[in-house]
Design a protein around this ligand. Sequence first.
Ligand code: ADP
Length: 367
Amino acid sequence: MADIRLQHVSKTYDGQTMAVRAMDLHCPQGEMLALLGPSGCGKSSTLKMVAGIESVSAGEILFDGVDVTRRDSAGRNVAMVFEDYALYPHMSVRENIAFPLRVRGASRAAISKKVGDAMDLLGLAPMADAAVHALSGGAQQRVSIGRALVREPALVMFDEPLSHLDADQKVVLRTEIRRMQSTQGLTSMLVTHDQTEAMAMADRIAVMNQGVLQQIGSPQALYAQPANRFVAGFIGDTPMNFFDATLDMDGTLRLPGQQGGGLQPPWGVGRPGESLVLGIRPEDVVLHSLPAHVPALRLPATFLDRECSGERDVLRLHSAAGSLHVEVASPCSFAAGETLVCCLPHDSLHYFSAHDGRALCARTVEP
Ligand code: ADP
């Protein structure tokens, strides 16, 4: 498996659409790196440039330190796993997995051994002779992974591999891909718009927006220490709450309608009179009353409604500072219209520039 590097890689279509801008990325050998971002942010363009399917407008792509920018797809040995499986429906599981080896003229014995190993690894042996069109979506995707692996590729690219699956199959297959990726030491890139999928599967995540890499880091680092407002809002099951705020002339921060005293932001965050954006995750808002000595902003808010997600309820509230979501243990028994005091503990707050959205304070994070 290879070590992959992108150095200042850009992609422009038709001389005008800049799909990817000066992207620097490193996927070390054996790592699963997710490219995550909303539709149109440039994930597929990046994937296609790495795979050699799309030309690079500027910059270099290195495999194990060797410049492969001008090599075609065959010269890079990248295997792809697509969202729609791209299998031969009337061929059997065994025939589909064997296909890339046949095309390369591998010996009968080598094909039999490699296909057998891949089927064992993916739990496909009991259905080896079934036609793939008769299989579930999850099993078809496992066949397509088997077909990718028998090539012994330098890199495996997973392009939205779980998009067509039912919710229960998604969870099973994402665990299975993760297990296989780490036991086999596969260098792999995962393209997805689904942050839950990226958080569950990847060693590190590269978050993209409008063709620009926003931040790259472990799932924990992106969650705890987002580099800007975009990443803060994109990572997390329920998006982070944001409030516009302006520092008083004495440097104190207050939110409209809050009870009690304001807060002194950490050293270096904003200047007196400056506008900024305050962020807090729904799971960090506390609804029971905190002891008075715990520093927190206390914000009265009207309970509107709730959405139940199993063990947790996500409450929707409205305050004078804006609307917010709060996550609490289920079931909660608040009545619509009830006023609740939301405590926003100081050490759970994130601060962003109102001007360009960058994080204003480096928060500490466990490695
Ligand atoms: P994503 O995979 O994140 O949805 P894409 O890489 O497909 O993003 O697209 C990034 C931008 O490039 C979009 O604005 C898209 O319309 C544009 N784009 C993608 N492919 C082409 C193409 N072949 N020709 C022209 N524009 C394209």
